[in-house]
Design a protein. Structure first.
Lengths: 869, 117
């Protein structure tokens, strides 16, 4: 029994939206922007159990994005605008005469305006066996979850029918699930709609190199089904049989127009609800259709999100009685499929009369670029495979004559080509963000008129870059150019001594192999700072960079050697942690928190003999407090002798890798978390970084080691390890983001190597990974592109830098206690080496010691000296 | 060789009053950019510094903000062409010539005249 609610049109006219996908949601936003949510009642009927999410990024689920992160809807937006959103309740019938819609739950709503945004459905070719167990389509989060579940349970091989855009996405997903993956495409090349033969060939090579099997020019004739009703193989049109446990149909989509057909709205011959330029259906002025379900006025059905957004805007404007029209759209696309950039724009296939091609192809790197040039030299369109860096600029230039020769636009940098054409060359009317149709002029206005001074501000102000994100790079350069032009001085310098950022100094040190702070200051410092003594900000920052790169740039890795001694931060000065009364604390390394009884006894004996206060730290180590400078070498001589080494608790360096007891003892554990924690701690010990680094390894999803609050955290799965990055506890807690999952030991270590070195390379001073991840352009996605997909081509370098660190590691304290010259510095007084600092004194508390704090001189200067003895 | 001998022979001296200079240590014990602490006959402590140009400075070693004798362990630098040290505890900066705190004008530590002889 379903309850039937009937709600009549009240004093406010009602808009009913059927479908809450990306386009539906954009329509709601457009309504809100035009103030229509205040004057109208808005009811949304949504078939899926979750509100609008980013379908374009669906595959990113397999690289760790959660369904929640894909969501485009925040509850606040829906609530603020009083939108009635009904999830999991699709519209079933439309009664145009009474102007009502009835949903599956029985809910009936009267409308004044009805907007259909039902999207499309995947086309499944009518082959025998297409409904067998193990056959899927690839459209919704639910499809994806079902594929994942089935793959984990009973599949080792998967085949995708369709080598177009969605097919490659689906293939990427299957590969991400660890399946041996086949792609079967009827056309003679991959992505036949977007790329030409040359582009298809470049794409094919790269994708085959990734270990995917591609069968082009082949149709699917039959799905072979086993006795249990599940897929076992596919019969192909060339007569061969392809054994597979799972099939994903991704052979295109069709408009979902059944609802419209049932109520007598006109639809096109090949589907799609017929609408006019205002996105109003041609049959009923009260009904609109937008997005993939609509057959636009130019006779096309658009399967891309940008035209869908434009239709959403058009419909909202029309409802608001504003002028707007959707007359057709550009089919430009830029995608990253399986880590390969593919873009096509304008007249990509060169269908214009008398047009000419300019082609650059490099089979070795899988790069293919083609520009289509018109008779008068104007850029008509193009195809980019493997390197689509120039897409944003080229697309915006389409329709105009480029300011440089076309071949210079496709040649790779450094091969005689001039520096890449900047966005400054674009006219104001050029559309930079095609998702939200934002022009260069609007973006410039955001800086000059709305006083935006950062990229995030401009994105918020103009919406540019908030759709597919492909224009963010161009946007960033445009904003910088504009800021510079309007005279806004943005000093991003490290401090008063250097105008460079930490990242820039890192590059200078690495590239020029500079191992001396003074040399760096005198050559690259601000004019007034050259020849000086620097400051307390840049000295430790540069010391850290030099220490991080020591083995590579030929600097001595020992932080207290020569000039480096003068640069180190307070705690590095004496390789111990300075406490409030001038005494130090000592933390030996206890890798993974595992320690033998003998070593525990040694720590106990040392603490007792030197009268130190002991406390267990949060990082599963033991901290001994209250040591005077001259005691440090004596304490460490005994620690080193017992096999301990520096714990670097004093450094901006790796601190600890915490662990739970793991599979060895715990009945829930699925991997040996202690062994992994020890391995990681020993690998990265001593690594100097922009700030301290903390880590943890949990042996199962119960997460007892709290890995998700660490800079890099590892959680065991049945299949390996999940790697989380950018977590933090402290004052601004942040849950770590999943970077990659189900990694083998070797894959895990390689990814962490790259991640840490990329962080060290690009972070600001004293910037923890959590803040860094939020700050860098592109955020987690960019970091994943760089360290997982090697989008910058620097992974080999990052790995070799880490390898050099690992090979060059020496224990600072072992080196110190064995060198009389270094030991000579560990005195309280240069002129009385045997006299302890009398200010350092202690009183008892709870059977241990605590500092006896001297009286302060501030305000009561007469007390000067009275705290002595 | 001679040069090394000469510099090691140089002593760092502090002026304690009108006409008495207190000899602290060999000048070679001062590392440019890094301080050392010295104990005066009356129990007071001094923080001694040497900059990269070879100039020497001395101020009281006590950090007036915490009471700990730690200024000698701070990082030094140049601010508007004047040398300073930043306390290693809470990072307040002190002018090495005058002892004036650069971050709190009401606070000053004693500064001493230094010479090598």
């Amino acid at each position: 029994m379903s309850t039937t609610a009937f709600v009549g049109t009240g004093p406010r006219p009602t808009i009913v939206l059927v479908g809450h996908g990306m386009v539906g949601h954009r329509f709601l936003e457009a309504l809100a922007e035009r103030g229509l949510t205040a004057t109208h009642r808005v009811v949304v009927l949504c078939e899926e159990p979750r509100p609008a999410y980013d379908r374009v990024q669906l595959t990113s689920y397999f690289s760790g994005t959660t369904p929640e992160e894909l969501s485009m809807t925040d509850a606040e937006f829906i609530e603020t605008h009083g939108i009635e959103l009904h999830l999991g309740d699709p519209a079933l019938t439309i009664h145009r005469d009474s102007r009502t819609v009835t949903a599956r739950s029985g809910l009936t709503v009267s409308y004044d305006t009805l907007v259909l945004a039902t999207g499309s459905y995947p086309f499944v070719p009518p082959v025998p066996g297409k409904d067998a167990t193990g056959c899927f389509v690839y459209r919704t989060i639910e499809d994806l979850l079902a594929i994942e579940e089935y793959a984990r349970r009973r599949a080792t091989t998967g085949a995708v029918v369709g080598g177009g855009l969605l097919g490659l996405e689906a293939a990427g997903a299957l590969k991400g699930l660890g399946l041996t993956t086949h792609i079967v495409e009827f056309a003679p090349r991959l992505m036949p709609v977007q790329v030409d033969e040359g582009g298809g060939a470049a794409l094919l090579r790269t994708i085959e190199d990734m270990g995917l099997a591609v069968h082009t020019g082949t149709g699917t004739q039959e799905i072979v089904v086993g006795e249990d009703g599940a897929v076992t193989a596919m019969k192909l049109s060339d007569g061969s049989e392809l054994p597979t446990d799972l099939v994903v149909f991704s052979a295109g989509v069709r408009p979902r127009d059944q609802l419209a057909r049932d109520c007598g709205l006109a639809v096109g011959e090949r589907g799609g609800i017929t609408v006019d330029e205002r996105c109003r259906t041609t049959s009923d002025p009260h009904v609109f259709a937008i997005g993939e379900c609509a057959l636009a006025a130019d006779g096309r059905v658009y399967g891309l999100v940008a035209p869908g957004y434009e239709m959403a805007e058009t419909a909202a404007a029309t409802i608001a009685a504003d002028e707007a029209a959707f007359t057709g759209a550009d089919l430009s696309t830029k995608l990253k499929l399986l880590g390969v950039d593919v873009a096509s724009f304008g007249d990509a296939h060169g269908t214009t009369a008398d047009c000419l091609d300019v082609v650059y192809a490099d089979s070795r790197s899988g790069t293919y670029k083609k520009l289509v040039i018109g008779r008068d030299g104007e850029l008509l369109g193009g195809i980019l495979v493997g390197d689509a860096e120039a897409y944003g600029t080229l697309r915006a230039l389409t329709g105009s004559v480029p300011p440089v020769a076309p071949e210079q636009l496709v040649l790779p940098a450094g091969s005689g080509a001039p520096a890449q054409l900047g966005p400054s060359a674009l006219p104001d009317e050029a559309v930079i963000c095609s998702c939200h149709n934002v022009t260069k002029g609007t973006i410039r206005g955001a800086v000059t008129e709305h006083r935006c001074t950062t990229l995030p501000e401009v994105k918020k102000c103009t919406k540019a870059g908030t759709g597919c994100g492909s224009c963010v790079k161009v946007l960033g350069r445009l904003v910088d150019d504009e800021l510079e032009a309007s005279g806004v001085e943005v000093d991003k310098g490290l401090c008063g001594c250097f105008s460079q950022t930490r990242e820039e100094l890192y590059e200078i040190v690495l590239t020029l192999r500079i191992s001396s702070y003074q040399q760096l200051l005198d050559r690259y410092g601000r004019e007034g700072a050259r020849g000086g003594d620097g400051c307390e900000t840049c000295k430790p920052a540069v010391a850290s960079i030099i220490a991080s790169l020591a083995p590579t740039i030929g600097a001595d890795g020992y932080v207290l050697d020569g000039e480096q001694a003068a640069l180190q931060d307070t705690n590095d000065h004496f390789l111990a942690n300075l406490q409030k009364n001038g005494s130090y604390s000592v933390v030996p390394r206890i890798p993974g928190g595992e320690i033998t009884p003998e070593k525990l006894i040694v720590i106990g004996e040392i603490a007792r003999d030197f009268g130190l206060y002991t406390k267990i730290t949060g990082g599963q180590r033991i901290d001994m407090f209250g040591a005077r400078v001259e005691q440090l070498p004596l304490i460490w001589a005994r620690l080193v002798d017992a096999g301990f080494e520096s714990g670097h608790a004093y450094g901006k360096a790796l601190r600890t890798v915490k662990s739970c007891v793991g599979q060895t003892w715990c009945r829930y554990g699925v991997q040996d978390s202690v062994r992994m924690a020890i391995d990681l701690e020993l690998r990265y010990r001593g690594l100097r970084s922009p700030h301290k680094l903390k880590s943890a390894v949990s042996g199962c999803a119960r997460e007892c080691a709290e890995a998700q609050s660490k800079d890099f955290g590892v959680i065991a799965t049945a299949n390996g390890w999940n790697l989380y990055v950018g977590g933090n506890g402290g004052a601004t807690p942040r849950h770590a983001d999943l970077l990659a999952q189900d990694l083998s030991d070797a894959e895990l270590v390689r990814l962490i190597d790259r991640f840490l070195m990329f962080y060290i390379r690009t972070a600001d001073r004293l910037e923890r990974t959590s803040v860094w991840l939020e700050r860098i352009p592109g955020g987690l996605d960019h970091v994943r592109d760089v360290v997982v997909h090697d989008s910058l081509g620097i992974c080999a370098e990052l790995e070799s830098l880490m390898a050099a660190h690992v090979a060059g590691y020496r224990d600072e304290w072992a080196e110190t206690v064995n060198d009389p010259e270094k030991l000579a510095r560990f005195v309280s007084f240069v002129n009385a080496p045997d006299t302890p600092d009398p200010v350092v004194a202690f009183v008892p508390e709870r059977d241990q010691i605590k500092p006896d704090l001297p009286l302060l001189t501030i305000g009561t200067r007469t007390l000067e000296g009275s705290a002595q003895r | 060789m001679t040069l090394t001998l000469e510099t090691t022979a140089l002593k760092v001296q502090l002026r304690l009053d009108e006409d008495s200079w207190f000899t602290v240590c060999d000048a070679s014990l001062l590392v440019p950019g890094r301080g050392v602490a010295a104990l005066l006959p009356d129990g007071r402590q001094v923080a001694l510094f040497r900059d990269r140009a070879g100039c020497m400075y001395a101020i009281d070693n006590r950090d007036p903000f915490t009471g700990a004798a730690v200024l000698s362990r701070g990082l030094t630098g140049t601010h508007r062409s004047r040398p300073f040290v930043a306390s290693p505890l809470l990072k307040q900066r002190f002018d090495l010539l005058s002892g004036q705190c650069l971050d709190d004008e009401t606070v000053r530590v004693e500064a001493y005249e230094v010479r090598t002889a």
